[in-house]
Write a protein that binds this ligand. Structure first.
Ligand SMILES: NC(=O)c1ccc[n+]([C@@H]2O[C@H](COP(=O)([O-])OP(=O)(O)OC[C@H]3O[C@@H](n4cnc5c(N)ncnc54)[C@H](OP(=O)(O)O)[C@@H]3O)[C@@H](O)[C@H]2O)c1
Length: 315
């Protein structure tokens, strides 16, 4: 496993973490023992970084993750990141929402508290919630503050509200076929010492090689109606998948491992948090770190993925 520090903090996380949105009705892992087996396998494979959120399964993901870490006796050995949704950002709800996260996780501290998305329909002033998060650091309840789905302009305004703490990360969509993060947020993060936590790093499974244009299931999970799996988009993605397979075969690696390695090699500021529905998937994903694509392979993937144009206008 490779490790990277989040921002300028002392949080030393595995470059491949585990996203645990999968522990929810949205993705389907709703059996506690199944979730625990995934967490246990992740830790055995060298992963020490776990991402969850208050909204995942309305708290189910936090509850399963926290219980698994307690039962395995490893809470102190790992880094737990959770999130408060954009609706919970009034001053009193930042405190109340964090208390609920702590209760569900069964812990007395959160390593990284992220603002899940900027408030959209509520008129919460940015400095009100950022200042409340800073007070939680002073209370020892959260160790560090991060953002999620914030564009550069809003990262700057949120960061400017902090007086004693630094922001450490912004969590954004980033994978080989959805690379908009490279336009602004990644260069900004590199310049100002932020980490970029890449969500959907496998394009919700589209890059794993198990789906083909002839074998696209009717998803009954969060992917139902997803633009990624619309035939117009997926037929382009599949060209990249075939290249991932070809390059992977030279290294004894799977398409998923190559796709994740490409992200890690593109920027030292990036860490990835693929979700997993089985222990086998998390074990495989951990194998994305600790080796390197050649420059020629990296470039072929860069060029092939640059030709992909994902349109969300699919209806
Ligand atoms: N901040 C945000 O707004 C935000 C948004 C989305 C996600 N996230 C975070 O990012 C994490 C990951 O993103 P994501 O869940 O959207 O998608 P993802 O990591 O791109 O894809 C995960 C899915 O791909 C399949 N998969 C994973 N590893 C595989 C492997 N080795 N072989 C074959 N299939 C594999 C599994 O689904 P199947 O087996 O069913 O195909 C799995 O559920 C989430 O868990 C969450 O923590 C954050």
């Amino acid at each position: 496993m490779e490790f990277r520090y989040l921002g300028t903090s002392d949080l030393r996380v595995s470059a491949v973490g585990l996203g645990t949105w999968q522990f929810s009705d949205s993705w389907g892992v709703q059996d506690y023992e199944a979730a625990k087996a995934i967490v246990e396998t992740a830790v055995r494979a060298g992963i020490n970084f776990f991402d969850t959120a208050a909204v995942y399964g309305h708290g189910l993901s936090e509850t399963f993750l926290g219980r698994a870490l307690r039962e395995l006796g490893i809470r102190e050995d790992v880094i737990v990141a959770t999130k408060l949704p954009g609706e919970f950002l009034s001053r009193h709800d930042v405190f109340k929402g964090t208390k609920r996260c702590l209760e569900r996780l069964g812990t007395d501290y959160i390593d990284l508290m992220q603002v899940h998305w900027p408030p959209l329909w509520n008129n919460f002033p940015t400095c009100e919630y950022m200042r409340a998060l800073e007070e939680l650091v002073h209370q020892g309840v959260i160790r560090h503050i991060g953002l999620s789905d914030f564009p550069v302009e809003l990262v700057e305004s949120a960061w400017s509200c902090l007086s004693t703490e630094d922001l450490v990360s912004d969590q954004v969509r980033y994978n080989l076929v959805e690379r908009d993060a490279e336009k602004e947020i990644i260069p900004y993060a590199e310049a100002y010492g932020l980490s970029v936590i890449a969500w959907s790093p496998l394009a919700k499974g589209a890059l794993t090689g198990k789906y083909t244009p002839e074998n696209l299931p009717r998803f009954d999970d969060v992917r139902r109606g997803s633009a990624l799996f619309h035939p117009d988009n997926f037929s382009q993605i599949y060209e990249v998948v075939r290249l991932l397979e070809e390059i992977g075969s030279r290294h004894g690696k799977t398409p998923s491992q190559v796709a994740l390695n490409w992200l890690l090699r593109t920027s030292d500021s990036v860490v990835v948090i693929p979700g997993a529905k089985t222990p086998g998937q998390v074990e495989e994903n951990a194998g994305a770190a600790g080796w390197s694509l050649t420059f020629d392979e990296w470039l072929r993937l860069e060029q092939a993925s640059s030709r992909v144009v994902i349109s969300r206008v699919v209806w």
